[in-house]
Design a protein around this ligand. Structure first.
Ligand code: EPZ
Length: 422
């Protein structure tokens, strides 16, 4: 298996450009299925997950032209006619569930294998189905096969209250309701920037969506959606990862293609640790040169709270600062898989259910560690850049699902990291 090999690096210096957002482009690629006309998506990160979503669109009958070297994907779904999402693709990527809304809206039918749990939690999807049922779909669960089938002659707009502001459920219901009869209200909706980006794309296709980015989204259904062109927003989690990398190595990095509003909670917590974050014309400068960083406490929450996807990465930083920090993970029930790996590098961390207490230390030691999931993997890479000696991170396929040119971008900042192929 390929691995990343790192040695303790000098403070990171220079500039890095952020790619398009994985968690925006996946629902947007699903949304292209809503139209019979070509859709051109730009600033698409060249990631494994994007490849899988494109293959899924093709399996459903769409024509997909992927140009990763241009960060561009063109989808033409005029002849989409298959309501069945193949097992082998769905099991590779949970976000496959996002084709259900578009299939129901276009074909009145969707058949998909349940994505099942993953390293960070059980990840149930009952809120998606509850929303489709409220819109008038019939849902049939085949427990034995682990498959769900949904039928609807024509979806009808209604009020939907989400028990939890789920990102995926908000996106799926929004896409289904975009072509329903009448008006849908999604209350206690997720407010993440990726939801706003999806709504902006749907409105470019002729959709009538208001309130995305707030806890109440209003969707007036339309008969048809036309083709559109769209540039995906920058990836705020990738940006946060490089902001923390600059802080952890006590370096200074200019981050280009970043929207400061999207990373406010990360800026706030870095400031509390003593890191300088300055927004300039060219981008954001994150500097911790010669700084004695101090501890702070983190509680993950749905947006605009502190993002759960930054929890492991920020915890890696907190293992190297002065003082004791507390972290509370409220979004996922099992998102501390990185803790034993950080402890293998000498970190001092105690966990109890959703709480973690981190004793800051002067230094970590290099070791052989595993990337247990996407963000935990990124945290191990950052820890490897500040640890004494050699660090080896394996199972890096997790990391390469969500970070475009990660090694090259880090090398561009002076990091001592290489990718070792088998
Ligand atoms: C999205 O996942 C992101 N993935 C995740 O990023 C991110 O961690 C998560 O939102 C939260 O911000 C994509 O956008 C592709 P949720 P999603 O539905 O939509 C529970 C990464 O690292 N829940 O908001 O699956 C669920 O179990 C990934 O890039 C239900 O109980 O997240 C979880 O505890 C990891 N029932 C919580 O809500 C449901 O029907 C949040 O899940 C749906 C969700």
């Amino acid at each position: 298996m390929a691995k990343y090999i790192m040695k303790k690096s000098n403070p990171l210096q220079g500039e890095v450009c952020i790619s398009g957002a994985k968690n925006a482009v996946l629902p947007i690629l699903a949304a292209t299925l809503l139209s019979k006309e070509p859709c051109v998506i730009k600033d698409v990160p060249a990631l494994k997950d994007v490849e899988i979503m494109s293959k899924l669109n093709e399996a459903l009958g769409a024509i997909v032209e992927a140009e990763p070297e241009k960060n561009k994907v063109t989808v033409e779904a005029e002849k989409m006619n298959c309501p069945k999402a193949p097992y082998d693709l769905v099991t590779k990527m949970r976000a496959s569930i996002l084709v259900m809304g578009p299939l129901l809206a276009r074909l009145g039918k969707a058949e998909i294998f349940l994505p099942g749990g993953c390293a960070i939690g059980d990840r149930p999807v009952e809120l998606h189905f509850k929303g489709f049922k409220a819109l008038g779909a019939e849902i049939f669960m085949d427990e034995e096969e682990g498959k769900v089938t949904a039928h609807a002659d024509r979806l009808t707009g209604t009020d939907i209250y989400l028990d939890f502001p789920s990102v995926g459920a908000t996106e799926n219901i929004m896409m289904a309701a975009a072509m329903a009869e009448g008006i849908t209200l999604i209350e206690n909706a997720a407010q993440e920037p990726e939801i706003v980006d999806l709504a902006n794309f749907l409105n470019k296709m002729g959709g009538k969506i208001k309130g995305a980015g707030t806890d109440c989204i209003k969707i007036e259904g339309v008969e048809n959606l036309h083709g559109a062109e769209h540039n995906v927003i920058p990836d705020r989690i990738e940006a946060g990862t490089f902001m923390v990398a600059a802080a952890m190595t006590r370096g200074q990095v200019l981050i280009r293609n970043i929207l400061p509003d999207h990373v406010r909670p990360i800026i706030a917590k870095l400031n509390e640790c003593g890191v300088d974050v300055i927004m300039g014309e060219e981008g954001m400068i994150v500097s911790a040169v010669d700084k004695q960083l101090v501890s702070t406490d983190i509680k993950t929450l749905p947006y605009p709270g502190f993002p759960t996807d930054m929890q492991s990465i920020f915890m890696a930083l907190l293992t190297t600062v002065q003082g004791t920090s507390a972290v509370i993970e409220t979004v996922f029930e099992n998102r501390y898989m990185h803790v034993p790996q950080l402890k293998r590098m000498g970190a001092s961390i105690k966990t109890d259910d959703r709480c973690a207490i981190i004793e800051g230390k002067k230094e970590l030691r290099g070791n052989k560690v595993i990337a247990t999931d996407l963000r935990a993997g990124a945290a191990m890479v950052l820890a490897g850049l500040v640890a004494e000696g050699r660090t080896e991170v394996s199972e890096i396929y997790h990391i390469e699902r969500g970070y475009e040119h990660f090694v090259e971008k880090l090398q561009g900042l002076g990091a001592d990291i290489t990718r070792m192929d088998p």
